[in-house]
Design a protein around this ligand. Structure first.
Ligand code: COA
Length: 183
């Protein structure tokens, strides 16, 4: 695996939307080992939302590729700078490539950006409380639950169409400098 990482530009927005929606929702996402398809339908994001993230000076959208540009994106994530914390979101690996270490590699690349470019001291994520297999994976990657809980944005179809009324987001954080290498 010879992945490279770069910062997304406006022109990448369509490909990012396709990757994110394929990984989080709908039938294609079921090829992966973890999906939101049973919890939510509709879109996870759209071109306007991704362009807003790409243009926001407080953050970056990172893309991973391992072939010629025509081969498409392998993974992406959004990283937002909040004082000494970097907040990671919109984290997706192409469903057919999941389970092979790309996600852990991307977490490492995002952490490198947060520490080396921003001087961040911790990385934070939020995870749907119902996704216990994903929470367990983040724990194996060095994250711990902070105890903070956030309401799911019900009523805003830009974030999807919930299949249940008890969705809730849990915050997890990881101090930088701890080991994220495969193990
Ligand atoms: C979460 C995600 C980014 C991880 O990417 P990935 O490339 O699959 O990650 P990796 O291959 O590095 O790691 C997969 C882990 O799942 C484990 N795994 C594989 N199959 C599994 C299964 N059926 N059940 C539970 N765990 C499984 C692997 O053992 C590995 O764990 P390890 O790193 O401790 O060995 C990716 O699955 C994804 O895009 N999911 C859909 C979108 C999403 O949920 N994003 C995160 C929202 S907070």
């Amino acid at each position: 695996m010879t992945l490279t990482v770069r910062i997304a530009a406006d022109a990448d927005a369509g490909a990012v939307v396709a990757l994110v929606d394929s990984a989080y929702r709908g039938e294609e996402s079921r090829q992966g080992w973890t999906t939101e398809a049973d919890l939510l339908g509709g879109q996870r994001t759209d071109v306007e939302m991704v362009r807003d993230l790409v243009r926001d000076p407080a953050g970056v959208v990172l893309l991973a590729e391992d072939g010629p540009p025509s081969a498409g994106l392998v993974a992406c994530c959004h990283l937002e700078r909040r004082a000494r914390t970097a907040r990671l979101g919109m984290f997706a690996v192409r469903p057919g490539r999941q389970g092979g270490g790309v996600g852990r590699w991307m977490l490492g690349a995002a952490t490198d950006h947060a520490t080396e470019v921003w001087g961040a001291e911790r990385v934070e994520i939020t995870v749907l409380a119902q996704r216990t297999e994903l929470i367990a994976w983040y724990e194996r990657c060095g994250f711990t639950l902070t105890g903070e809980r956030h309401p799911f944005p019900y009523g805003d179809p830009r974030y999807g169409l919930p299949h249940r009324d008890d969705l809730e987001l849990l915050a997890m954080a990881r101090p930088v400098g701890s080991n994220i290498a495969p193990g």
